[in-house]
Design a binder for this molecule. Structure first.
Ligand code: APR
Length: 236
């Protein structure tokens, strides 16, 4: 049972938010189907055309205010697991939406940043923001304009919280990967670190990810169904 595991690390990707109405990246209708990564998700893309990048993230940020976009049963099951499990449960997400927070998860690290935060390229100040931003946006700290950017980790930039994540992976006895295609490192390599630390590793995904063969266990299905079932089956 899951209670026999004392240090659980969970990794989530876009697939856990798909049933909440948030697009994934690499599906046929995914975000990278009609946007070029190098234009909207790299520092060079931002330097070349900040207005295009602001439009891309402003649209995704505003979607979080859509009342139809709510945490689904998978998010809620992970919030319950953290509350009810006797051991440590660390949730590492590649997602930049706020659905895990809204589902009650607190021990949570956004390794690719967060849509509802922005930061100033001039002074480095970061703060919460749900409004559209652009070249006109004035920094609340240094007062300059032209420097505000989404608090998102772009391709070529360092993911956040890697020291904490690596420490947790080296000490975990259960690693669960949910809703990620296993295409982007370092997240796609977490399963190997966990395995090498002796952890049991489980993939919960609509279909096998690129690194599926590295997991001890792979369960395929819709997150809103297989995640609550997994938590329910193992929690008690
Ligand atoms: N239930 C479970 N899994 C699902 C569901 C669902 N309802 N819908 C889709 N999936 C799975 C898909 O099968 C796919 O394997 O979720 C995965 C989503 O994969 P990607 O679109 O590649 O998203 P992700 O793995 O999170 O991407 C990682 O890449 O572009 C960067 O920074 C971006 O954080 C992102 C990173």
């Amino acid at each position: 049972m899951i209670n026999k595991y004392q240090n659980i690390v969970i990794l989530t990707g876009a697939g856990i938010s798909a049933e909440s109405g948030i697009q994934t990246f690499r599906a046929s209708d995914g975000l990278w189907h009609n946007h070029r990564i190098e234009e909207v998700a790299t520092p060079q893309g931002f330097a070349n055309n900040p207005a295009l990048v602001h439009e891309f993230y402003n649209t995704r940020r505003q979607q979080l205010l859509d009342p139809t976009v709510q945490p689904n049963a998978a998010h809620l099951a992970l919030g319950r697991l953290e509350r009810e499990h006797s051991g440590n449960v660390l949730l590492v997400t590649q997602n930049v939406d706020d659905l895990h927070e809204r589902a009650g998860s607190e021990n949570l690290l956004h390794m690719h940043g967060e849509l509802n935060k922005i930061r100033c390229n001039h002074c480095g100040m970061g703060y919460d923001c749900m409004e559209d931003i652009g070249a006109h946006t004035e920094c609340k700290s240094c007062g300059k304009t032209g420097g505000m950017r989404p608090h998102i980790v772009w391709f070529g930039e360092m993911p956040l919280y890697m020291r904490q994540i690596e420490t947790a992976l080296l000490h975990c006895d259960l690693f669960i990967s949910i809703g990620t295609s296993g295409n982007v490192y370092p997240a796609a390599g977490f399963v190997e670190v966990a395995r090498d630390s002796g952890a049991h590793t489980v993939e919960l995904n609509l279909d096998p990810g690129s690194n599926s063969e590295l997991f001890h266990q792979s369960i395929n299905g819709f997150a809103s169904q297989i995640v609550p079932a997994f938590v329910e089956q193992y929690l008690c």
